[in-house]
Design a protein around this ligand. Structure first.
Ligand code: NDP
Length: 254
């Protein structure tokens, strides 16, 4: 890859992906809100890293960032819409409606606002990959995480629509659904996380799925099997399991 644009690059999976692609010679574009964290990563990666700090849900900011990156480094071979937040929510809690709005703005609107500015430049070139980081949490409604599950479910279907719209254009749309990856987002969880991967191991598998151009990839493979079972499960059985499932802490940004 010659040039790769990644959002949510100041931490966790995004930073690990940036290290992965930079180590293989790509010029990386890094976006997140925390300018200092981006600057520190760019310094670590060396000369070709490009940064811009802002909110992915601000579509005007993302248009400017995409255009500045393309002027500086050309049309990227790959864009990874990875920025996201996870906060526990309860459907019965009035105060959680504002949290739901914030999660949807970042995880759905932010994902679309990240990929959209690159579609026409990539289409004109006839090649490029648009990747979105969704989650296995988007396959079923997780108790205590309605906002997050809804946002990832919306991300999966939005990316699928984009994929069908771009059929025949030479562009690839890859939806990646990670299971549990050890990052600040999951470090607040007080329950056992099956098949937990380090951010580096997770990034390696995510990059593998992107390179392979898979339309939908669940990582790691053990989580793919669990997801198949979850998706096929009848509601009565899912409801029984969900009643005992651990819950994400409420009100914690991450
Ligand atoms: P982290 O919390 O470590 O990183 C999240 C990144 O997103 C940070 O760089 C953060 O940067 C950025 N970000 C958050 N909100 C915004 C915003 N409004 N505008 C710009 N950047 C933003 O989490 P992970 O690395 O774990 O998560 C990365 C993605 O992977 C997310 O979409 C998450 O939902 C998904 N995922 C993670 C899993 C896991 O187990 N960790 C499992 C499944 C999916 P800053 O604060 O500087 O803005």
């Amino acid at each position: 890859m010659r040039a790769v644009f990644i959002t949510g690059a100041s931490s966790g999976i995004g930073a690990a992906l940036a290290r992965h692609y930079a180590a293989r010679g790509a010029a990386v574009g890094l976006v997140a809100r925390r300018a200092e964290a981006l600057a520190a990563l760019a310094a670590e990666l060396g000369g070709t890293a490009w940064t811009d700090a802002g909110d992915v849900a601000d579509a005007a900011f993302m248009r400017r960032a995409a255009s500045a990156f393309m002027q500086a480094r050309g049309v990227p071979d790959l864009v990874v819409a990875n920025a996201g937040i996870s906060i526990g929510t309860l459907g019965a809690a009035a105060e959680d409606l504002a949290v739901l709005e914030r999660i949807l703005r970042t995880n759905v609107l932010g994902l679309a606002a990240t990929l959209q500015p690159f579609v026409e430049p990539m289409r004109a070139r006839g090649a490029g990959t648009l990747a979105g980081i969704a989650s296995v949490a988007g396959f079923r409604g997780l108790p205590g995480a309605g906002g997050y599950s809804a946002s990832k479910s919306a991300a999966i279907t939005w990316l699928e629509s984009l994929r069908t719209e771009l059929a025949g254009s030479g562009l690839r749309v890859v939806t990646v659904c990670p299971g549990y990856i050890d990052t600040p987002m999951t470090r607040v969880n007080r329950y056992r996380m099956p098949f937990l991967l380090s951010a580096e191991a997770g990034a390696l598998r995510i990059a593998g799925a992107i390179d392979a151009g898979r339309s939908l990839a669940v990582v790691p493979w053990q989580m793919a099997l669990a997801s198949l079972a979850l998706r096929a499960m009848p509601n009565w059985l899912y409801d029984r399991l969900a009643a005992h499932a651990p819950r994400k802490p409420r009100g914690l940004p991450g």
